[in-house]
Design a binder for this molecule. Structure first.
Ligand code: PA5
Length: 444
């Protein structure tokens, strides 16, 4: 099995009796999900995606990726939230957090349109000077402001650089099948387009063209990724807490949350997992944080954050639990050298691999934090790779669906995200927002 939930360190925090007691709620959530009768049931396309995905489109993605790899030095991926985080997480997970410094046969990949920072944009435009560029603009709605601004800027740049016809060959749009401004524009300009399925929400869309095109451009095997997700789909099909780690994770989160553990830290020991943590935070935060409910998703990257958050995690308010990714194999080995003078006193670990030391840090921290009153779940993952990423994605997606239904909310909508947008439009003077602008003016 690719992924295993080790609950040994939950110790006194969660008992077998508590798990049995919550099992009927897990069953009810499973029934809602699999009968497709729960809230948000029109957004369940991700459930069968690993086996039902559009194979012709996947082949087109692979072809487009080859074309992009051949024709540019820099690949600009424009998107925000669910149209950004998954692809970046996958690329860093499967390759390296230093992908752009290490990539040799594939283009450098930059993500933009995930903020409205003028400095971020100006710096990226500087990076692009003198480089050949391709662009993938990703927006399911086709109307999101951040990516729309970035796309306008890069569209202009490409037209200036390559002419209208040349630009057309270098722009790839991932959006709704039929509607939205981006679809209209793409059809009018003749860009190659890829479809975000209607029934897959943004944060569940990494295994659609939203994630798969940038992932393929980075040279990662998208079929292996889908196979990994398909293996997880099979592994987590039955509602049996003893054998379904995905459901067990959802159940334990709910048990802990009801005991006042209202913050969950996603913990990793590899820089290449930092963006996976960001993806996970969106998935859990946007799915569960509503109706004044939800576990606050947070993340730390150890051991670096042991030197910033370690004190709080060991001795601060006892409001949190940890979910630690224990990556068992490292993609590289680096031996710690022996030094005759032992001037730094490190000879006790001379000859050991850094990965071995990292794993002792993991073990030592788990034991210290559980002793300090922080329950810890350990997700044992064999290694980093495309299949493992696909597996992990499906694990967390299905777990949040079960967990969200157990919480009594709709895990598939995000009504709260609209509020800041309405204020921003009012402040920017967008037609139709005049009343709101007047209301805001009174408060400022
Ligand atoms: O998960 C979500 O639905 C959101 O994070 C969206 O992905 C995000 O707001 C971007 O939306 P769009 O792809 O429509 O531009």
């Amino acid at each position: 099995m690719t992924l295993k939930l080790n609950d040994k360190y939950l110790g006194s925090f969660v008992s077998a009796e508590e798990l049995s007691a919550i099992a009927p709620e897990v069953q009810a959530a499973h029934d809602l999900l699999t009968s497709r009768t729960g809230a948000g049931n029109d957004f369940l396309g991700w459930l069968d995606l690993p086996v039902n995905y559009d194979k012709d489109e996947a082949a087109r993605i692979v072809e487009a990726a080859k074309k992009i790899q051949k024709s540019c030095d820099v690949f600009i991926v424009i998107g925000i939230g669910g149209s950004y985080l998954g692809a970046r997480a996958a690329i860093e997970f499967c390759t390296s957090s230093s992908y752009n410094d290490l990539c040799k046969d594939t283009p450098k990949i930059y993500f933009v349109g995930n903020d409205i920072s003028a400095s971020h944009m100006a710096e990226l435009l500087q990076i692009c000077e003198g480089k050949d560029i391709c662009v993938n603009v990703i927006s399911k709605s086709g109307t999101t402001t951040e990516p729309a601004i970035a796309f306008r800027i890069f569209r202009d740049l490409l037209v200036q650089k390559y002419g209208k016809e040349g630009a057309k060959e270098r722009i790839f749009a991932t959006t709704d099948r039929a509607k939205g401004k981006l679809k209209e524009l793409s059809d009018a300009e003749g860009y190659e387009t890829f479809v975000v399925p209607d029934d897959v929400g943004g944060r569940f869309s990494v295994l659609t063209p939203v994630g798969l095109l940038p992932i393929a451009v980075a040279g990662i095997d998208i079929y292996a990724m889908m196979d990994g997700a398909a293996a997880a789909r099979e592994a987590y099909a039955e509602c049996d807490l003893a054998n379904n780690d995905c459901y067990k994770y959802a159940a334990i989160r709910n048990i802990l949350s009801r005991k006042g553990k209202s913050v969950e830290f996603f913990v990793s020991y590899e820089a290449s997992l930092i963006m996976t943590a960001e993806w996970w935070k969106q998935l859990y935060g946007e799915s569960e944080g509503k109706e004044n409910k939800g576990i606050l998703p947070a993340s730390v990257s150890f051991t670096t954050d042991l030197h910033s958050m370690g004190q709080f995690l060991q001795e601060g308010s006892r409001i949190m639990f940890e979910t630690v990714i224990d990556l068992q194999e490292s993609s590289h080995g680096v031996e710690i050298p022996f030094e005759a003078s032992n001037s730094d006193g490190l000879n006790f670990i001379a000859g050991k691999d850094m990965h071995y030391v990292n794993r002792q840090a993991f073990m030592g921290t788990v034991l210290a934090h559980t002793d300090g009153g922080t329950p810890t779940m350990v997700l044992e993952l064999s290694k980093r790779g495309a299949a493992e990423f696909g597996y992990l994605v499906y694990f967390f997606e299905k777990a949040v669906a079960i967990s969200g239904y157990m919480l009594g909310i709709n895990p598939f909508n995000q009504p709260g995200v609209e509020e800041y947008k309405k204020n921003m439009f009012a402040l920017l003077g967008k037609p139709g927002y005049e009343d709101r602008a007047a209301e805001l003016a009174k408060k400022m």
